[in-house]
Write a protein that binds this ligand. Structure first.
Ligand code: FAD
Length: 287
């Protein structure tokens, strides 16, 4: 099923994210995690491409497994180091696996070694390449501005260009303050970006790691959240409880304020997804 059709239904939905196995690592543990995540009946499940150490070559395989579990898959695809022929091969593999949804990304410049061939400079180039080929296309967006871009206004103009190239929806970078998201949506609409936006929520289970990631990505950590990390960051069990509670609260607030689509960065941790979905059962059932 195409994600644009799921979003068009206009009801509260939660989707999940997984990363595929590393190069030469067995598929078994990731498939076990995917099975448990699929049992929670997310609206769709995204599979990263080269992120979190997962091998790019394994994205199509895991996306195919997600589909076999009866959940629509969203395969991530990056273009910064890709050739046109490489993208054609990857999309052919996805099509053969029945995957109908692709998240079109630039990816980050290579940290050493991989050639940038110049076929694609921005994610919008990839969107243009894939538009009209039967896939539902998503892209990334950044409520707190992409770190390479000097101003949010300019970043929004680039998102509009990406949307005009053929995006069906966009998913946000994680944020921990819903007011930042609400302000962003209002600026997008004022700036002529009309596509549906899925709110990306990260349940934090490793306090120290998130402080580092947020410093790099420029994500604001609200005082209330910092207090939680200071108190529980070194206690994994307590941080898991607090991270699930914080993410649940964000999601409930988003739903209550009319944001229907939430994407949870579950990574490969079904226990996190199970706890969040248990907290949302009544809300998702229409209560
Ligand atoms: P773009 O949309 O190309 O934007 C990148 C930068 O270029 C921005 O600053 C933008 O303002 C600027 N820009 C865009 N168009 C122009 C233009 N015409 N002229 C000048 N500047 C322009 N990375 C992975 O490697 N694998 C993944 O699976 C993955 N999944 C992700 C999922 C989500 C939801 C998000 C938010 C990010 C993900 N990333 C992933 C990270 C992403 O690849 C990086 O953030 C990357 O730096 C930017 O990718 P993009 O698609 O947003 O790029």
């Amino acid at each position: 099923m195409k994600i644009k059709d799921i979003l068009a239904q206009g009801r509260p939905t939660v989707s999940f994210e997984v990363f595929p196995p590393r190069k030469d690592a067995p598929f078994g543990p990731v498939e076990e995690a995917v099975k448990r995540l699929c049992a929670q009946r997310p609206a769709f499940m995204s599979v990263t491409y080269g992120a979190a150490g997962g091998a790019r070559a394994n994205t199509a395989g895991i996306a195919s497994f997600v589909q076999k579990c009866g959940i629509p898959a969203l395969a991530h695809l990056t273009c910064a180091t890709a050739t046109r022929a490489g993208i054609a091969g990857e999309t052919a593999r996805l099509r053969a696996a029945g995957v109908e949804n692709i998240l079109c990304l630039r990816g980050d410049p290579p940290a050493g070694g991989e050639a940038v061939c110049g076929d694609f400079i921005h994610a919008s180039d990839l969107v243009r390449e894939l538009a009209g080929k039967g896939f539902c296309l998503g892209g990334a967006c950044y409520p707190e501005c992409h770190p390479d871009c000097p101003h949010l206004e300019e970043d929004i103009a680039h998102l509009r260009e990406k949307a005009d190239a053929g995006l069906d929806f966009a998913t946000t970078q994680m944020f921990f303050d819903n007011n930042i998201f609400y302000r962003y949506i209002s600026r997008l609409r004022d700036g002529g970006v009309a596509i549906p936006v899925i709110a990306g929520i990260m349940p934090v289970t490793n306090g120290r790691q998130i402080e580092r990631i947020c410093r790099i990505s420029g994500t604001h950590l609200p005082g209330r959240f910092k207090t939680i990390v200071d108190r529980y960051g070194d206690k994994p069990g307590a941080m898991l409880d607090a991270g699930v509670a914080y993410a649940t609260e964000q999601i409930v607030d988003l739903f209550a304020n009319g944001t229907n689509a939430v994407h949870v960065y579950t990574m490969n941790r079904p226990e996190v997804a199970e706890r969040i979905m248990a907290n949302l059962r009544g809300i998702l059932a229409g209560g």
